[in-house]
Design a protein around this ligand. Structure first.
Ligand SMILES: Cc1cc2nc3c(=O)[nH]c(=O)nc-3n(C[C@H](O)[C@H](O)[C@H](O)COP(=O)(O)O)c2cc1C
Length: 236
């Protein structure tokens, strides 16, 4: 049975836009027989990485800190698929970045040169074979999610595992308003989850459908700017 671990980095956790995309994705994987678990970075007490490389060069695989990463490490080692879920915060919410920095102990301190880049890889006791990104943004373009996409791909490369694709949802908050289009998006999200478990990969057209525009660019920009004008007037 495939084990899926999702780490949701949203500061708004269960109520956030990121959860709005992540939840149907996980539900569809569960429906296909996977076991799924979500952890919220914000709920965990995780201290910042000290950067002293003790986990690499002193006590290999052991972090100097004793905190909630001790709960997360075993879950990460057991998972087959790791889903990194986050909003774009130029680039990431602090708690999530903090958690990602603390992944050093699950990486082997042996550097390899792969495809023209210096890379590490996960320790052999880490089961993860695929990493998937779920990311949401507030602005119109999918391109606003490029930095986060790049980070997720780098994490997969540095773990020596497959980056299995990204569910990217720009202007995600509008899913609450444009219900008909949102239904098509949710259907595509569910399809992506089903494909990931059944075929081990998600089709490009399905992922593109998840990112489909819900509104014209100029209309979204006008809304933001109107809200700002209103707020300015109210506070003057
Ligand atoms: C500090 C901060 C920075 C943000 N930067 C961007 C950005 O660069 N591009 C973008 O599309 N959205 C940006 N957003 C909007 C969020 O990514 C978006 O509202 C997201 O869907 C929130 O997800 P959540 O409800 O799960 O937290 C930013 C939001 C915050 C609070």
């Amino acid at each position: 049975m495939t084990k899926v671990l999702a780490i949701n980095g949203s500061a708004r956790m269960e109520k956030g836009n990121t959860a709005m995309v992540l939840t149907p994705f996980l539900q569809s994987m569960e429906k296909e027989g996977a076991t799924v678990e979500v952890v919220y970075a914000k709920k965990l007490k995780i201290r910042p990485c000290m950067g002293d490389f003790q986990c690499w060069f002193d006590k290999v695989g052991e972090c100097i800190h004793t905190d909630d990463m001790q709960i997360l490490f075993p879950k990460m080692k057991e998972a087959d698929i790791l889903v990194l879920a986050t909003p774009v915060y130029l680039p990431l919410p602090g708690e999530f970045q903090n958690l990602l920095n603390r992944l050093m102990p699950i990486c082997e301190p042996i550097l390899e040169f792969r495809n023209g880049r210096t890379r590490a890889k996960f320790h052999d006791d880490v089961n993860i074979s695929k990493i998937v990104l779920v990311a949401t943004g507030g602005w119109w373009e999918k391109g606003n999610l490029d930095t986060v996409l790049h980070i997720a791909k780098e994490i997969a490369e540095n773990g020596g595992v497959e980056f299995a694709g990204a569910l990217l949802r720009p202007h995600a908050f509008l899913m609450n308003e444009f219900e008909e289009k949102a239904l098509a998006v949710v259907d595509a999200i569910k399809m992506a989850g089903k494909q990931l478990i059944k075929q081990g990969k998600m089709n490009t057209d399905v992922l593109e459908s998840i990112s489909q525009p819900l509104i014209a660019e100029a209309d979204l920009r006008e809304r933001y700017n109107r809200n700002y004008e209103r707020a300015k007037k109210a506070s003057s």
